[in-house]
Design a binder for this molecule. Sequence first.
Ligand SMILES: *[C@@H]1O[C@H](CO)[C@@H](O)[C@H](O)[C@H]1NC(C)=O
Ligand SMILES: *[C@@H]1O[C@H](CO)[C@@H](O)[C@H](O)[C@H]1NC(C)=O
Ligand SMILES: *[C@@H]1O[C@H](CO)[C@@H](O)[C@H](O)[C@H]1NC(C)=O
Length: 369
Amino acid sequence: MASEHNQLSRFLLVLAIVLFRYVTSDINDGNFAGNNFNRLDTEALYHLSQDQFPETYNYAPLHPVENHLWQSPENLGEISGVAVDPSGNPVIFHRGDRTWNYETFNDNAEYQEKYKGPIRNDTVLTLDPKTGDIIRGWGNHTFYLPHGIHIDNLGNIWLTDIALHQVFKYSASGIPRLILGQRFEPGNDMEHFCQPTSVAVLPNGEIVVADGYCNNRIMLFDKRGNPKYSIGEHWISLRIPHALTILPNRQVCIADRENLRIVCLDVISSGLNRNPESPYSIRHRQFGRIFGVTSYRGFIYAVNGMTSKNIQIKGFTIDPINRNVTEIWGPESLPFTMPHAIAACPYGTALYVSEIGPNKIWKFDLLQT
Ligand SMILES: *[C@@H]1O[C@H](CO)[C@@H](O)[C@H](O)[C@H]1NC(C)=O
Ligand SMILES: *[C@@H]1O[C@H](CO)[C@@H](O)[C@H](O)[C@H]1NC(C)=O
Ligand SMILES: *[C@@H]1O[C@H](CO)[C@@H](O)[C@H](O)[C@H]1NC(C)=O
């Protein structure tokens, strides 16, 4: 009870401050007046190094071209997530024999298919970046409904499971290190998620979670997993934050799926009043529902999904500084069907797009334009 009371007063305090400060702001203008959410502690005031986080980038966006030598592995479930490890190997998170249908959750977002037990197959698979062959796999008998995968700079693997309502950190070799959220318990306080979709780790180790299908909020945790902020519905009005990516200037960009836009915000310098331009939205008439976002050297690469007849399913290259689309691209052999996630190789040589029906993974080479 005491901790619930604390949570509530903390939430009300943040809400009051946020409302007071931003009552006149409107993200649909693509801009916010004033500074951003209030910080509750000073732990995040780490030293900001210019070298580590260049404020401006002088790079050109790269041009994705389908790699025809790559072959997506066969007999996989829905490939809900893709990431690339520090060696440049793509790693996918797939659903084995499970799908998300009308019986999967009840109206309270509680998972209804526990009786099936966890997915028996390996759900986390490392692929050969040249051929697409499976190099190794793990994560059998653990997950129920995989969603997001992220690999941080140290090679740790972060996963979200929307049935378990949890976020997992594993070492590069697949040893569990941290679990956030309560097993099978949806909720909207700082200890619970509700169908969390995606994780991203800031250069200082802080953990950003997109939570998710029901709560429409972004949560920040310190590197040990202690909750710091919840940036929520009342402020940036997200509608299914589906994927996250982090730019070199530490801004977190969100695939705000049902709002047909990408939102970027600065979770650290916002609190230092350093960035009156954060958050901002990026929109384009061809976007439709943005499912996946990734970035390389300050440019965002995104994929959309089924939206309406006149919106094509494509990839987009986005310049977040000018907030415009520099290229619309896609595979040459066949069109995309249901893309779900996208990830760039840390060396900028390749881009991977996963699909959830047909279940496949595409490789694109990233070429200089
Ligand atoms: C599960 O693993 C078995 C044995 O390796 C394989 O035959 C099957 O295709 C896999 N199924 C899925 C859906 O991943
Ligand atoms: C998962 O797979 C490994 C290797 O294939 C196997 O040794 C282990 O018993 C499996 N785990 C369970 C719980 O079945
Ligand atoms: C993006 O915006 C910048 C600055 O307004 C402009 O110079 C550039 O030509 C634009 N690019 C495209 C592809 O529209």
